[in-house]
Design a protein around this ligand. Structure first.
Ligand code: CA
Length: 152
């Protein structure tokens, strides 16, 4: 195609390029708003899903440990929904989990829950606290918990 005027060609080229940059799929990261779960204990760094271990230490059997508080925060840009907590593992019943304050969090909002360990027998016990939600890559979010039952 023959372009009659250099200025016109430049303008066409500019608009074509701008259009391509705005529309071409896969050439840029789209601004999709997603929820993002973040879990931490007061005064501590963020927990890593499935990796961070939380120990209740030595606890006399038939006695409740100290209560540990966990805060869930939605650090994403969409609502974090479907929050629920379950326990997994052979010793899961030794770890008591409180109800969640909220099951849905708007961006920036938080809710908390607590966990206690009460060993029946002596020995090392562990379980997984499992937080389900609509987070895209940490569902469920697993917290590895443990404690050691000792004699009174
Ligand atoms: Ca995530």
């Amino acid at each position: 195609m023959k372009i009659p005027l250099p200025g016109f060609a430049l303008a066409i080229s500019f608009f074509t390029t701008a259009f391509a940059l705005a529309e071409a799929p896969g050439t840029y990261t789209p601004d999709i708003k997603v929820p993002e779960i973040s879990v931490r204990q007061p005064g501590r760094t963020e927990l890593v899903d499935g990796f961070t271990k939380v120990s209740f230490g030595e606890v006399e059997r038939q006695t409740s440990s100290e209560t540990k508080t966990f805060t869930i925060k939605n650090t994403g840009l969409a609502t974090l929904t479907g929050l629920a907590i379950t326990r997994a593992g052979a010793n899961k019943t030794l770890f008591t989990v409180s109800a969640l304050g909220k099951t849905s969090l708007a961006p920036g909002k938080t809710t908390t829950f607590t966990v206690k360990f009460k060993p029946v027998f002596v020995g090392f016990k562990h379980a997984v606290i499992r937080i389900s939600s609509n987070d895209s890559d940490e569902n469920p979010f697993d917290i590895r918990v443990s404690g050691v039952g000792v004699k009174k």
